[in-house]
Design a binder for this molecule. Structure first.
Ligand SMILES: Cc1cc2nc3c(=O)[nH]c(=O)nc-3n(C[C@H](O)[C@H](O)[C@H](O)COP(=O)(O)OP(=O)(O)OC[C@H]3O[C@@H](n4cnc5c(N)ncnc54)[C@H](O)[C@@H]3O)c2cc1C
Length: 392
């Protein structure tokens, strides 16, 4: 049987970071992944440019049943620490917007950087390696794997969440958690486009490809960003963000004109341009095509002077507080993240070690910590992995 200090299951963002940091401390590290390639999500991320962190990362950017859990790890390995690593490897990057840092060239720059660090620190990486059984021993853990039986003192679960199964995602981490007595909070797709009911299909299809700056709200959270109409429904950063807060059956409020006090604007237009049609005025705020479609689907477009105050109030409400009840989401097939997961109440926020089974650690997305869109999920992967790596 092959023995090592640390076995890490999952060579994604968190597994790679944990491996390089632990090996950097002189620990013998075996990093296993069932996929044929490490870090597939890193390669896919940020539209191929990897939004690897966010300059404004803070605990408020994360969802969890236990909102304090992420604080300690985020404080001990910050966005600036990761930026230092990126700079050490001379990976060119830029801020796209809102503190989001992306590679100038390609996401593989980040993966290569992590693999180089792992290699230099002596991490042994085994791809195409499934783990079929895990048992607790007196000295730690014993694993049955595709490369034979392994033993270790520390076992790190870095198998991520359920989103995008074609990139290697499995529920393995949740099974291991349950095997060792952990609670797993219900999971659901996050940062995911909405699908819509038949009633809205025509509007979304006709507007497919149109992007609008909106304020989108649900369950006391709001995001000001673009929404994107698609053939399947609604996407774009504001929709992805709010999807993490939305629960089936709920309405999402969309303000299509967040820079306007819409009732006042409509009253002014009625006074100043009584003979102009509503769709003409809306055409000055949206694209002409969108204005025409909104007028057609939602209103009776006529000269402004012909609207009663009650009708204007209704139009204002529709534009500034569009109550959209999504049919659902596109699910794990396209979700960027998985909400829920291993309950953090049973994990040390300092070390990421299980409070149920000593020597067992959970890092990254498998835990019930989910970031907003914008580089926060990778920052959680780096920070939680670093925290565990100091103790494994
Ligand atoms: C399309 C897309 C784009 C994204 N873009 C960004 C972005 O730009 N910025 C950002 O911050 N976040 C982004 N994310 C989210 C981010 O990729 C994840 O939050 C992050 O990768 C989580 O890291 P992790 O190491 O916990 O899990 P993962 O990176 O998912 O790694 C888990 C690893 O475990 C392996 N594994 C799973 N099951 C097993 C098993 N049974 N046995 C062995 N190995 C197993 C997988 O093959 C995988 O290599 C994106 C996600 C997606 C899907």
């Amino acid at each position: 049987m092959q023995g090592s200090d640390v076995v890490i299951i999952g060579a994604g963002a968190a597994g790679l970071m944990c491996a390089l940091q632990a090996a950097g401390r002189g620990r013998q590290v075996l990093l296993l992944d069932h996929a044929n390639k490490a870090g597939k999500k890193i390669l896919m991320s940020g539209g191929g440019r990897c939004n690897f962190t966010n300059m404004y990362t803070e605990p408020a950017n994360f969802l969890s049943q236990n909102p304090h859990f992420c604080k300690s790890a985020l404080a001990r390995y910050t966005q600036w620490d990761f930026i230092e690593l990126v700079s050490k490897h001379a990976v060119p990057y830029h801020e796209k917007k809102l503190g989001q840092l992306f590679c100038d060239n390609k996401a593989s720059d980040i993966l290569e950087m992590l693999l180089t660090e792992c290699d230099q620190a002596g991490v042994k990486l085994h791809l195409n390696t499934a783990v079929t059984q895990i048992d607790k021993t007196e000295a730690g853990y014993q694993l049955q794997t595709g490369i034979g039986a392994l033993s270790c003192t520390s076992l790190v679960i870095a198998t991520g969440g359920l989103s995008i199964p074609t990139l290697g995602a499995t529920g393995f981490g949740y099974q291991v958690a349950k095997q060792f007595g952990h609670s797993v909070l219900p999971t659901r797709a996050g940062l995911v486009p909405f699908t819509i009911t038949d009633q809205l299909k025509a509007l979304c299809t006709e507007l497919s490809g149109t992007s609008v700056d909106c304020l989108v709200s649900c369950n006391d959270e709001s995001f000001r960003e673009n929404i994107l109409f698609t053939h399947r429904g609604l996407s774009g950063p504001a929709i992805l963000q709010i999807s993490s807060y939305w629960l089936p059956g709920q309405a999402v409020s969309i303000n299509l004109l967040p820079d306007h006090d819409v009732p006042t604007w409509l009253a002014e237009q009625q006074a100043e341009r009584p003979n102009s049609e509503l769709k003409t005025l809306l055409g000055e705020l949206f694209t002409k095509k969108m204005a025409n479609l909104l007028a057609e689907h939602w209103f009776v477009s006529k000269p402004m002077k012909q609207y009663t105050p009650a009708e204007l109030a209704q139009i204002a409400e529709q534009l500034a507080n569009w109550q959209l009840v999504p049919a659902g989401t596109e699910g794990y097939r396209t979700a960027e993240v998985t909400l829920g997961g291993v309950d953090t109440k049973e994990v040390s926020s300092k070390t990421m070690e299980s409070l149920k089974s000593p020597g067992l650690y959970f890092v990254g997305e498998v835990l019930d910590v989910t970031g907003h869109l914008g580089g926060f999920n990778f920052q959680w992967a780096w920070a939680s992995a670093y925290a565990a790596a100091q103790y494994v």
